[in-house]
Design a protein around this ligand. Sequence first.
Ligand SMILES: Cc1cc2nc3c(=O)[nH]c(=O)nc-3n(C[C@H](O)[C@H](O)[C@H](O)COP(=O)(O)O)c2cc1C
Ligand SMILES: CC(C)CC(=O)C(=O)O
Length: 386
Amino acid sequence: MAERFGSYQSEIYLQGFGGTKPEFSTDATRLESSAEALMEPGPFSYVASGAGSGSTVRANREAFDRWKLVPRMLTDSTDRDLSTSLLGTPMPAPVLLAPVGVQSIVHPEAELATARAAAELGVPMVLSTASSKTIEEVAAANGAGPRWFQLYWPNDPDVTASILSRAKKAGYTTLVVTLDTWTLGWRPCDLDQAYLPFLEGEGVAIPFSDPAFRALLDKTPEEDSAAAILRWIFMVTGTDRTWRQLPFLREHWDGPIVLKGIQHVDDARRAADAGMDGVIVSNHGGRQVDGAVAALDVLPEIATAVGDRIEVLFDSGVRTGSDVLKALALGASAVLLGRPYVYGLAHGGEAGVRHVLRCLLADFDISMGLSGNRSVGQLSPSVLRR
Ligand SMILES: Cc1cc2nc3c(=O)[nH]c(=O)nc-3n(C[C@H](O)[C@H](O)[C@H](O)COP(=O)(O)O)c2cc1C
Ligand SMILES: CC(C)CC(=O)C(=O)O
């Protein structure tokens, strides 16, 4: 029988029997509110806010609320199996940790804490290029855990090749290339505080430890960090990377490649035609284009168009076990979790991330069973009503 994540519920109730409440809330929304009280205003609003008026952040949630599950009874879903395998990565459940950069603004152990929590549960983490720790440090913390690497694509081929070869050597198996953030979105909450983590020297551990990047600088990052930071920002922003350059990534990465930030069905088709192995349907958690369509609203058409050719993953707005079920039923093969685990990190480092993951997996496990579903492969739009 597969691991029963739902047993976390009994664990919490049994502790309650002895008078002990869980250390952190089991609810993603309440965890966000308590994180606000814990964190400095700059870092909190950097994590929580979105682009412009926040309409896409809200749309991501509203899209989930429009779909309802229709539970079935007496289906004997006791012996359910949540496990799956994606692009060669075996997973205990169809859930990954989304790439989130600059985690040192949230907790001093940053991505190391996240990597340990993910490894303990066997949940793959996707390490961001904008990480506060190096590729190698995070791999060591993640140990035998599954790990993927997310690329913010530098316009210098030597730097790109060097970063990819470090990731490969350190055991990251799948490459996620983020396409939607070639410049930062218009984010009034951060602008009003003039808060940008990069400018405070956060999120540059990977370039600063990279020999190819360092070779380009007149002074080392230790001698002149401001110049090195600006050089890096200019290298990873701009529009000169297009579909035509994708073969370069294929030449320098021999594992699966997934394009993140796909929102139009024609871009998904183009990714499949270009020989990519998957796409992540995502609007970056509403952080880039204010007014962009909810990611869940474009998932079904993309899954229908390319789901038989490449893997279709999903993120933006996942908060509960039912959300995972809904995204899978609408065609995703797995979902990525963003902000909620960052709030877990803020509350309790590794233990906080572990708690958030265990809550999501327990909720998913229980919601699968109670709605009469035994395995993730069995989910289809027929379990939903709009
Ligand atoms: C603070 C923060 C930093 C992020 N950093 C990255 C990043 O470095 N690379 C990336 O591809 N996506 C990044 N994302 C986007 C996430 O990978 C993901 O798409 C998004 O958070 C999903 O939405 P959710 O937060 O509603 O779950 C970041 C998101 C947040 C909140
Ligand atoms: C360091 C940033 C570029 C991370 C990011 O993707 C974001 O803030 O949305």
